[in-house]
Design a protein around this ligand. Sequence first.
Ligand code: HPA
Ligand code: ZN
Length: 324
Amino acid sequence: MHDFLRKLPKVELHLHIEGSLEPELMFQLAKRNNIELPYATISEAKAAYQFDDLQGFLNLYYLGMNVLRTEQDFYDLAMDYFKRARAEGVVHIDMHFDPQAHLQRDVPLNVVMAGLLRAKQEAEASLDLSVGMIMAFLRDRPADEALQVLEQAAPYWQYLDAIGLDSAERNNPPRKFQALFARAKELGLVRVAHAGEEGPADYIAEALDVLDVQRIDHGVRCLESSDVVQRLREQQVVLTVCPLSNVSLKVVEQLRDHPLPKLLAEGLKVTISSDDPAYFGGGLLTNHMACADAFGWDADLFCTLNRNAIEEAFTNEKRRAELL
Ligand code: HPA
Ligand code: ZN
């Protein structure tokens, strides 16, 4: 099965590019930019990646990305991941990125966008890897800041496929961002949001009702509400489930306890993603192999999950037909 999964052309809908920053590249960029890291060695960094919850991870995630300063850094970050993913058989990635996390550190939006867009164009031209762009907003920051950043991004709207909502979920309900998502809809942008990762099932319903999202990132806690499950099933809303992320952040204790089989039994439109591969123990292939080992899934099931992802991927119909 592992060999089949390696060869399967895989599509990933939920990936934070800043969460693909491997310690090796983090050390290189720290040196290049004269930045002191809180870790003495690469292995010390890796050893620190033990989390109790989402906030514990986010603290190190924001710390790690501090090495990203120049356009070249953002290009190197994305290209490093794209090459690794392609070598694991990934053919399409919908990539979240967090502009506010960079603006806060006085890294301008044009630096972030120029680097990421150059990597995307190069991947599409030379790696046979297509890339969707999801500008994500930090839900633990003020809503009016998010709106300002979306307006500031006007020169880049044409390059965006969607906006997303990430960072600390608890006590930051979707409704806080009603105006932001309404504006994105007005601009013709698709909307997606993290919901039901650490937050309650209600947040999933609220993301659908108030933010009019097309996808739910994570969504695993939907199982706490039969109404929410029914709704997700009826509308076939795609869930971008990230198994190893959920284990790392203790959303579940171990992969064998993961609700993935239950989500499938409920008839939901499930897909598999890696979320933050540098922090959670591996990329899309590793997530697939771990599911094969934990759940004994067959090739047909993996093909179904991957087809779900292809149907929902932010790409044009020509590329979708190639991927199907
Ligand atoms: N959840 C919420 N916010 C995030 C994540 C995540 O898994 N990764 C990066 N930002
Ligand atoms: Zn995520």
